[in-house]
Design a protein around this ligand. Structure first.
Ligand SMILES: Cc1ncc(COP(=O)(O)O)c(C=O)c1O
Length: 464
C-alpha cells in the first residue's frame, strides 16, 4: 500500500507531527506524556507534579519554564562529575572524530580495549577481565549468565541458583529482576525464572537485636544457611549491593562482608557485587569493595561510569575466570550490538581519569562526612530515625516519632512535592529519602543542598 503524501510531498503522517508541534508546550507535553511511560511510577501521579527538564549543568537542572533545581541525586546516582562535564564532552567529541561504532561481534576497537585496561587498573585485586555493556541491567544479566556458564565449564554444572536479598533492585530485565527483591516491581511479570533465592538484609532484624554488629552477623550467616539447605552444589552465586539503595541506603558492617565472603569460599560460590550505584568513587573509594575491604569475584558497574552522558555499564571479573572462556571452541555465549561502544568507552575512560586526577573519591569521603553531619541535624525535627550510608551516598529514614519508630510514608509523599516546589530533586521512597549529589560537590554547595532539604522537610511536616 502506498503512503499518501501531503502538499509538501511528505507522508501525511508528517501533518500530524506539524499540528502537534504547533500546540502550546504544556498541552503538548501533557498529550505526549499519555503516550509514553515513566520508570516505576504512574503517569497520572507524575502529571500531578511533573518535572520536565530541558537543560542541566554541574549540580543543577532547569525545567522547561526556566526554574532551577538542585540535583540532590546526581541524575539517578549517575552524574558523578556533575551534568555535562567538559572533560566528558571533549572525550566524546574526540572519539566521534575518529570512530563512533565498531560491531562487537566480528571486531572490536582500540578504545574498547583501552577501556578494558583502564577499568582493570582501578578494580580491586585481579578483577581485570572486563566487558563493557550499555547499562546496569545488561551488566547484571551478563553476570548471571557468566556465572552459570563459568560453573559449567569449570566442572560444576549443577550450580545455577543465586541468593540475593529482599529490598534489593538489580535491574528491569527478566534475570536481573528475578535477582531483585522488590516485590511490587516484580509481581506483574511472575512467574520469574527458576533458581533465584532470597535472604533478608540486616535492617530486617534490627529491632530483634539491640546490637547492630550482632544483627549483621546474624543476617550475613543466612547466606550460608540457605547454601547448605539448598545443597551448595546447586548454588552459583551470591548477589548484593554493598549499600542497598532501594531498601533505604542499607549499610552493613565490614564484618558482614567478611562472613559472606568466607561462606562463598567454603562452598565454591561466586560473590557478585552490584556496584552500579556504589562504584567509581561514590562511597569514598573507587569501589565499595575497597571501602568495606572485601573483594568479590565479579563487580557490575554502570550509572556513574559515564557520568550520565551515554549508556554504559561493565562486568569486571577475576582474570582467571576469563581463562575458561578463552580457548578455541569455548566462548562466553553472550553479546549485544552496542556492547563496548567506542563513544561510551571513551567517556568511561575520561570519567575514571577525572576521578583519579581530581581525587573525587577523596572528595566523596570528606564531603560525605560533612553531608552526613549536616543531615544528622534533621533529627531535631523528631521524625528522623537514622542517617545512613558512606561517602556521598546517604539515606535518611523517616518515622512518625523516634520512640515508636513507625514508618512515615505520608511525610515522604509530601516531601516529594515540597522538594520540587523548593527547587530540589530528591529520591523519596516514601519512608526514606536519598541524598546523593555529584562527587564534585563542595562545602558551600552542601550547605545550600542541606538548606533546601531542611526547608522542604519542614514544609512537608506542615502538610501532614
Ligand atoms: C543497584 C542497581 N542495579 C541495577 C540497576 C539497573 O540499571 P539500569 O537501569 O541501567 O538498567 C539499577 C538502576 O537503578 C540499580 O540501582
Amino acid at each position: 500500500m502506498r503512503v499518501p503524501i501531503n502538499e509538501l510531498g511528505l507522508s501525511i503522517f508528517y501533518n500530524r507531527y506539524l499540528n502537534e508541534a504547533s500546540m502550546n508546550i504544556s498541552d503538548r507535553h501533557s498529550k505526549l506524556l499519555k503516550r509514553t511511560f515513566l520508570d516505576y511510577q504512574s503517569t497520572a501521579e507524575f502529571m500531578s507534579n511533573p518535572l520536565i527538564v530541558s537543560r542541566a549543568e554541574g549540580l543543577y537542572y532547569w525545567d522547561v519554564d526556566g526554574k532551577r533545581y538542585f540535583d540532590g541525586i546526581s541524575g539517578i546516582y549517575s552524574t558523578l562529575l556533575g551534568h555535562r562535564h567538559p572533560r566528558v564532552e571533549e572525550a566524546m567529541r574526540a572519539q566521534w572524530d575518529k570512530l563512533a561504532f565498531a560491531p562487537p561481534m566480528h571486531g572490536t576497537s582500540d578504545v574498547t580495549l583501552d577501556f578494558v585496561e583502564k577499568l582493570g587498573c582501578v578494580t580491586p585485586d585481579n578483577l581485570n577481565y572486563v566487558k563493557a555493556f550499555s547499562g546496569g541491567s545488561e551488566s547484571m544479566e551478563a553476570a548471571l549468565k557468566f556465572s552459570r556458564q563459568y560453573h559449567k565449564q569449570s566442572g560444576h554444572p549443577g550450580k545455577y541458583k543465586f541468593i540475593s536479598r529482599y529490598s534489593s533492585y538489580h535491574g528491569g530485565t527478566m534475570g536481573a529482576m528475578a535477582a531483585s527483591g522488590t516485590g511490587a516491581r516484580k509481581t506483574p511479570f511472575e512467574p520469574e525464572p527458576a533458581g533465584f533465592l532470597k535472604v533478608f538484609p540486616p535492617t530486617h532484624y534490627r529491632d530483634t537485636f539491640s546490637d547492630w554488629d550482632e544483627c549483621n552477623r546474624f543476617a550475613a550467616r543466612q547466606f550460608e544457611e540457605v547454601m547448605i539447605h539448598e545443597d551448595p552444589e546447586t548454588i552459583a552465586g551470591v548477589i548484593f549491593e554493598p549499600i542497598t539503595n532501594t531498601g533505604g541506603v542499607i549499610t552493613p558492617t565490614e564484618e558482614y562482608f567478611q562472613i559472606v565472603r568466607e561462606a562463598c569460599d567454603r562452598h565454591n560460590v561466586l560473590l557478585i557485587y552490584d556496584e552500579i550505584i556504589t562504584g567509581f568513587g561514590r562511597t569514598g573509594s573507587m569501589f565499595a569493595a575497597h571501602t568495606f575491604g572485601v573483594t568479590p569475584d565479579i563487580i557490575c558497574g554502570s550509572k556513574g561510569l559515564s557520568s550520565g552522558a551515554i549508556p554504559l555499564g561493565a562486568l569486571m571479573a577475576r582474570e582467571e575466570m576469563g581463562e575458561y572462556f578463552y580457548e578455541e571452541g569455548t566462548n562466553f555465549s553472550h553479546g549485544h550490538t552496542y556492547a563496548g561502544h567506542p563513544l561510551a568507552c571513551a567517556v568511561g575512560i575520561a570519567v575514571v581519569d577525572e576521578i583519579l586526577e581530581s581525587g573525587l573519591d577523596r572528595n566523596a569521603r570528606e564531603m560525605g562526612a560533612y553531608l552526613a553531619s549536616r543531615l544528622e541535624g534533621l533529627k531535631s525535627l523528631g521524625v528522623v530515625r537514622e542517617v545512613r550510608g558512606r561517602g556521598l551516598l546517604r539515606g535518611v529514614e523517616l518515622v512518625k516519632d523516634t520512640t515508636g519508630n513507625e514508618p512515615f510514608p505520608e511525610l515522604g509523599r509530601a516531601l516529594k512535592r515540597t522538594a520540587l516546589e523548593n527547587g530540589l530533586v530528591l529520591r523519596v521512597d516514601p519512608s526514606w529519602f536519598a541524598v546523593v549529589p555529584a562527587l564534585i560537590i563542595q562545602k558551600d554547595e552542601i550547605d545550600e543542598l542541606y538548606g533546601l532539604i531542611e526547608k522542604s522537610l519542614k514544609d512537608a511536616l506542615d502538610r501532614v
